[in-house]
Write a protein that binds this ligand. Sequence first.
Ligand SMILES: [Zn+2]
Length: 279
Amino acid sequence: MLAKKIYYTFLMSFLVLSLVACSSTTPDVAKNDVAKEDIEKEEKKSNEVHTAHWSYEGETGPEHWGDINPDYAVCTNGKEQSPINIETSQVIEDEKIADLDINYKPTGFSLSNNGHTIQGNPSNMDNSFIVDNKEYKLAQFHFHTPSEHQFNGQNFDMELHFVHKDANNQLVVLGLMIKEGASNSYLENAWNVIPTEETTEDVKLTKPIDLMRLLPKDKDSFRYNGSLTTPPCSEAVKWVVLEEPIEMSKEQIDKFRKIFPDNHRPVQSLNQREVKEKD
Ligand SMILES: [Zn+2]
């Protein structure tokens, strides 16, 4: 920004000087027009970069995501957006829903801080999740605070999202609520090296994470059709939200909140959708 200002000031001084130094002959006018065009181009480019930026507060916050960029329009006008508030009394029991078929293995991860969250990136594609007879592979996991989904209007302290993709890039996200309680030993290694600043290179963890043991014992879950909870808010995302939360200590939660005090999108309208659970 400063560099641009200096450049702009320099260019303007140059233009003024050249106008003073020379009489306004035709070639000079042409030259000035080119320079003006350059400035305008520069400004347009800078605005484009600026409008692609989104955040969790103020002018680039969740209420404005749909206006920031045409590619984010569905954030505002989509009808199947996430997260949602899950009213447990409204959930439909469905006997056709199969048990969760999660096949996670102890896996090496590296961490990145993308300016919106801390993300765990697996070193292989061996972690699978079978939903409606289709296999999805774990692409990454990341965190939000407070939780994005609500149960009966209540947020949890944090929420963990496991993002899976199938061969056609269709997405299934497994959501897991986190509440304050005992220290979580399965995330300790990651939390020790959590990148506090935006990363250009991932931080490699020295020990694998056993994701299966991170999950709660009770795997009852809510299912619904939703979207990504960050721009571009793309829909056709299958959501599986585990009902039983896991715990992290106050210290662990505070450590995350020091980096991201609030990185959650508020709940969206359910519209015509149904939330189901296994009968
Ligand atoms: Zn998420």
